[in-house]
Design a protein around this ligand. Sequence first.
Ligand SMILES: Cc1cc2nc3c(=O)[nH]c(=O)nc-3n(C[C@H](O)[C@H](O)[C@H](O)COP(=O)(O)OP(=O)(O)OC[C@H]3O[C@@H](n4cnc5c(N)ncnc54)[C@H](O)[C@@H]3O)c2cc1C
Length: 352
Amino acid sequence: MDIKIAGGGLSGLLTAYFIKNNFKKINIEIFEKLKLEKYRIDCAEGLVNQRNSFKILGKLVKQFIVNKLSKVVWIFVLDKDEIRRSEIRNKNFCLMIDRLNFQLSLIKNLEKVGVKINFGEKVEKVEDLDGEIVVDARGSKPGEHCNVAVYKILSGNFEKIKDVNFWTIKDREPETLYWIFPLGKDKANFGCGGKAKMVKLNEFIKFSSDLLNLEIDKCVKKGAGLLDHSYAAMLYQGKEKEVVFDLGKKKVVKVGDAAGLVDPFYGEGISGAALSAYLLSKLDLENYKKLLRKNNEFLKERMAAVIDRIKNFETFMKYMIMLDGVDAKYLKFKPLFILRYPLKFLKIMKEV
Ligand SMILES: Cc1cc2nc3c(=O)[nH]c(=O)nc-3n(C[C@H](O)[C@H](O)[C@H](O)COP(=O)(O)OP(=O)(O)OC[C@H]3O[C@@H](n4cnc5c(N)ncnc54)[C@H](O)[C@@H]3O)c2cc1C
């Protein structure tokens, strides 16, 4: 069997890797539009523990972990410069990974097992590739359910916040979410997603470094990208995004951002890329569709939460502030939450 993959980003490489693990004899060829010298990653590189990502990627990324985050702090910036804060403890919820070196090592491994990777080859139409299965792993493209994200990696002194993930949101622009992801004690990724722009990000960098008293040195990298959350948006509308297309002799299958698997709330997509590649590697396309749906059903709620956040910012903020001091593991199971935080539960019920 021949498999062709358009896109040599995370989901394309992982699809090839997992398929080769399951079926050694299958021929796989990857087409990546960037030349190897220009190959780059535009991401905050936070691997969050959802959609089974720690299980799927755990061993593979182990040597590329650069930092571990165990606290989430929400900062709400209100009109008239009032600031509210809420801290949620979440042990090891996010691993910061060196994606570029991780993906370069995947490339090396794939070439060793005979996968041909053609760099500098753009695929305009996936259906033009021959192969019994053609995988579309070309990432996000501009479209209706697509956000913009911009980021800067700054060097400086981040010792005191090195295990904290900050999310900031302003009541005047609740559709944009700002983040700080420390990559260790001397580097951090600052960015924003939604209606994001570099000028807004620069304002945020100034605001957050003043607020948190950070010493910033210089910008070592910057970039931007798109975030396709169409899978979630369609689930929310009671539809399901098509990810498998039967073209007679060949089948076209979408993975990762090309399948619209970004979490609309956080802009998180590494786990969607990993999960879809893993599920596709069984090469049972009917089951792929079903399992993808089952494991991404939670995105419907994430979409509802985004809409709530935008339309009803004040309620959203109050709810998050009431969660201050909560250990995130209790958020998942309502009965445990009620037992552990009865007063908070009553307050939330009263307010929301
Ligand atoms: C600024 C930013 C920050 C982010 N931060 C996080 C985060 O902290 N955590 C998280 O989980 N997710 C994050 N994401 C999302 C995450 O990066 C994506 O979900 C993930 O990269 C998806 O992987 P992918 O392989 O599907 O797509 P991509 O990583 O986009 O890979 C697609 C590949 O296809 C290639 N390609 C594109 N078009 C063609 C073509 N026509 N022909 C051939 N090749 C093509 C591209 O060059 C690229 O190499 C962030 C995204 C952005 C933009």
